[in-house]
Design a protein around this ligand. Structure first.
Ligand code: NAD
Length: 268
């Protein structure tokens, strides 16, 4: 028998949260969810227009949100954004590093990958998180603690024929999370990773054909693709005190795709 859904509204009341890459896709669903949990939310993105537009919608719904332009691959841009957020709301408690970038046309295999692509992917996906940690940890320490979530990918844990930069950068991000969890745990700071499976956002849809999407859904033990909300709900949990004894972990929010028997060559 289904148990009544737990009411989680208010679990982030009064917390100040930054979500990077928040103008669309999983990041947009995440800022919306964190607002509903009661957080004051910085909608941060390289796409400033998109960030401001979404923040205005959230404010119109009665939430406390604001848009910030920030390129996470640029240390100065991250430092300025974090300082602006802390200035606006008096501190910082929570960070979700969701922004990521790659280019399927140039992020190829190890012998053919474009090195400018490799650099940019790394600066965005992995070094961007380092900038956020450097700027965020002192502010979290000043509040007695805080929490980070980094959004990785199933690509960090499997062998793939292409997009070598993306997979390697996400694996680096996961190791950075284990470092942050270990180094700053005694300072009340937790750090966890979500590794999504295929989530139907506009950019993910561009990388996979309709036939590929049907096959991916069919291979999934739950028989469907992920939604941005599937990820957002787990971010909300990991950033809340309900996950107070959870740190340094990679949570695979993929409907079981990575343990699916069909990937191991079985039909059923
Ligand atoms: N969608 C999926 O199937 C899937 C699967 C595994 C992992 N992920 C991960 O989930 C996260 C979100 O994915 P999505 O599909 O919503 O992506 P998306 O491409 O729809 O959105 C990414 C956002 O990041 C922003 N961004 C890119 N580079 C940036 C930079 N340098 N600075 C600031 N913002 C920047 C973009 O403007 C965009 O708004 C990413 O980390 C991605 O790697 C997604």
């Amino acid at each position: 028998m289904a148990s009544p859904a737990e009411d989680v509204s208010g679990t982030l009341d009064g917390k100040v949260a930054i979500v990077t890459g928040a103008a669309r896709g999983i990041g947009a669903a995440t800022v919306t969810h964190l607002c509903r949990l009661g957080a004051r939310v910085a909608v941060s993105d390289r796409d400033g227009d998109g960030a401001h537009r979404l923040a205005e919608l959230l404010v119109a719904e009665g939430h406390d949100a604001a848009g910030f332009v920030c390129d996470v691959s640029d240390r100065g841009s991250v430092e300025a954004m974090v300082a602006d957020v802390a200035g606006r709301w008096g501190g910082l408690d929570l960070v979700d590093h969701n922004a990521a970038w790659t280019d399927f046309r140039t992020d190829l295999d190890a012998t053919d990958v474009d090195l400018d692509t490799w650099d940019r992917v790394f600066r965005t996906n992995a070094t961007g998180a380092l900038h956020l940690v450097r700027a965020g940890v002192p502010l979290m320490e000043a509040r007695g603690g805080g929490a980070f979530v980094f959004i990785s990918s199933g690509s960090a844990a499997i062998g793939e024929h292409a997009r070598v930069s993306y997979g390697v950068s996400k694996a680096a991000l996961e190791q950075l999370a284990r470092h942050v969890a270990t180094r700053y745990g005694r300072h009340g700071i937790r750090c966890n990773v979500i590794a999504p499976g295929f989530v139907l956002t506009d950019s993910a849809a561009r990388g996979v054909s309709e036939v590929g999407r049907i096959r991916l859904a069919d291979q999934n033990p739950l028989g469907r693709l992920g939604t941005p909300e599937d990820i957002a709900h787990v971010v909300g949990f990991l950033l809340s005190d309900r996950a107070a004894f959870l740190t340094g972990q990679v949570i695979r929010v993929d409907g079981g795709l990575t343990i699916a028997p069909r990937l191991a060559g079985h039909d059923d």
